[in-house]
Design a binder for this molecule. Structure first.
Ligand code: NAD
Length: 493
């Protein structure tokens, strides 16, 4: 592809496509080919100011005057348009991220459901009337839009994670400035075109792309942003929260994880093996909910590890666009280097490589072999820190108490799974796990209607489900005096 044929993505501000105020652009790299496939405008704080101002104006304009019924109509239309273009958008996401086309087709095909589900809530944002103990007052509440939302998202599921924020924010009546990851700028700009086509007024959805932290920093610290919704690493999430706190701006944080599978001796080992593979090798392990720790009863440890290593060695790596590829490359060069340094560290700390353990250099690009590490101690770096790559750490246990202690011995708390046929133990263990999601005999299932979020370093607040809309509203209490009488000005109430 020559430079002139490459897509050139511009900023979207107030419905206009513009270059960055600085005039700078940067290349977006196809991780499979290791070469540029598109370029994007390299925005900065000046562009953020313009986008936030546009989003503020849109709140006061035609969009702000729509009822929930009107917003729901536009959202349903947008869902239809995303469904129409899901195949094209999936190809774009695969170019930007190196994720499997077959996974991205499924993922993009599911995004309309987020707009349909949340459109169903847009016209049901009811307040309450409060009976109270003051008969001379009618008191009621209203759920009002939080206002301008800054959405800062990562590269691993770019459009899906953006829409987890956009759909409930639109239902609530908010406007948005989106900052896609430096490494996956394309799909957010494409989404803006579909929003124009659906009939959303200019300024409701703005996109500021940019390389490096400048755009995200400016958004998190912006005094005219009312809510910051961030998905990304825990380290950056903490910086975002600190910046937002200077303006007492609310934050929704979806951060990293170190999720565990707890496999008990009565588990269906074939099902558990599949679940473990889905948890840590699907998407090349680049998911926040990666099941990167396998805690397994010592009585079935060897049998399960044998199944997993056999399957891991047979995973087909290659072109993410090919129908038979099961694992694509790691998405960025820095991430690729980070995964390899975890592998070096694990060997140095004494873990045993049962499968993989090295780059798949013959494939070019940023490929890492699916890796299973046994003999891992809970204190080893690879067992404590998020790898964000295809690396499984296996740790044995003898009792349920030990399994739970190991599972909860982490400052993260995003997700996890219990594998057992004992219904009592399944629920008991699920209740005792300090994670936002627990699957029993399953892994990596999400939906627009089910709350998702973390304990501890994994985040703050919940996306999806009815709670997600409430994240984007503020409650106002209204007191109406009913008698017209006067009162003593020097007493309260
Ligand atoms: P990242 O934290 O490096 O970047 C996330 C976003 O923040 C990007 O858009 C980036 O440009 C921006 N950013 C970078 N520095 C910033 C700063 N100082 N201020 C404001 N914004 C800044 O994360 P990543 O590497 O793109 O994504 C991987 C991480 O995301 C992993 O830790 C993963 O677990 C997490 N993640 C979490 C969830 C979840 O729902 N909990 C989902 C997917 C990914």
């Amino acid at each position: 592809m020559t430079t002139t044929e490459r897509p050139r993505y511009q900023l979207v501000i107030d419905g206009q496509r513009t270059e960055a105020a600085s005039g700078q652009r940067y290349d977006s790299v196809d991780p499979y080919l290791g070469s540029a496939w598109a370029s994007a405008a390299d925005g900065d704080a000046a562009d953020v100011d313009a986008a936030v101002a546009a989003a503020r104006r849109a709140l006061a304009g035609e969009w702000g005057k729509l009822t929930g019924f009107g917003r729901a109509r536009l959202m349903r239309k947008l869902g239809d348009l995303i469904a129409r273009d899901a195949g094209r958008l999936a190809e774009i996401e695969t170019r930007d991220t190196g994720k499997l086309l077959r996974e991205m087709r499924g993922q993009l095909g599911s995004i309309p459901e987020w707009f349909y589900y949340f459109s169903g809530l847009a016209d049901k944002l009811e307040g309450t009337t409060i009976p109270g103990d003051k008969p001379n007052f009618l008191v009621y509440t209203r759920r009002e839009p939080a206002g301008v939302v800054a959405a800062i998202v990562p590269w691993n599921s770019p459009l899906l994670l953006l829409c987890w924020k956009l759909a409930p924010a639109l239902a609530a009546g908010c406007t948005m400035v989106a900052k896609p990851s430096d490494y996956s700028p394309a799909s957010a700009v494409e989404l803006a075109a579909l929003m124009d086509e659906a009939g959303f007024p200019p300024g409701v959805f703005n996109v500021v792309t940019g390389f490096g932290p400048a755009v995200g920093k400016a958004l998190a610290a912006h005094p005219d942003v009312d809510k910051v919704a961030f998905t990304g690493s825990t380290a950056v999430g903490a910086q975002v929260a600190a910046a937002a706190a200077q303006n007492i701006t609310g934050v929704l944080l979806e951060l990293g994880g170190k999720s565990a599978h707890l496999v008990f001796d009565d588990a269906d080992l074939d099902a558990a093996c599949n679940g473990v593979l889905a948890g840590v090798f699907a998407a090349t392990g680049q998911t926040c909910m990666a099941g990167s720790r396998l805690l397994v009863s010592r009585t079935v440890h060897d049998a399960l590890v044998e199944k997993i290593t056999e399957r891991a060695r047979g995973i087909k790596l290659g072109d993410p666009k090919a129908a038979d590829t099961e694992m694509g490359p790691v998405a960025t060069e820095p991430q690729y280097r980070k995964v390899l340094s975890f592998l070096d560290g694990a060997s140095a700390e004494g873990a045993t490589v049962a499968a993989g353990g090295a780059p798949a250099a013959d494939l070019g690009g940023f490929f890492v072999q699916p890796t299973v590490l046994t003999g891992v101690k809970p204190t080893m770096t690879v067992a404590c820190e998020e790898v964000f790559g295809p690396v499984l750490s296996v740790i044995g246990f003898d009792t349920e108490e030990e399994a739970l202690a190991l599972a909860n011995d982490t400052r993260y708390g995003l997700a996890g799974a219990v594998w057992t046929k004992d219904i009592h133990r399944g629920h008991r263990v699920a209740h005792a796990m300090r994670t936002g999601t627990v699957w029993i005999n399953a892994y990596r299932v999400v939906g627009p209607d089910v709350p998702f979020g973390g304990y501890g370093l994994s985040g703050l607040g919940r996306e999806n489900g009815i709670e997600a809309v409430h994240e984007y509203t503020v409650t106002k209490a209204i007191w109406v005096e009913l008698t017209g009488g006067t009162r003593d000005p020097f007493t309260i109430g």
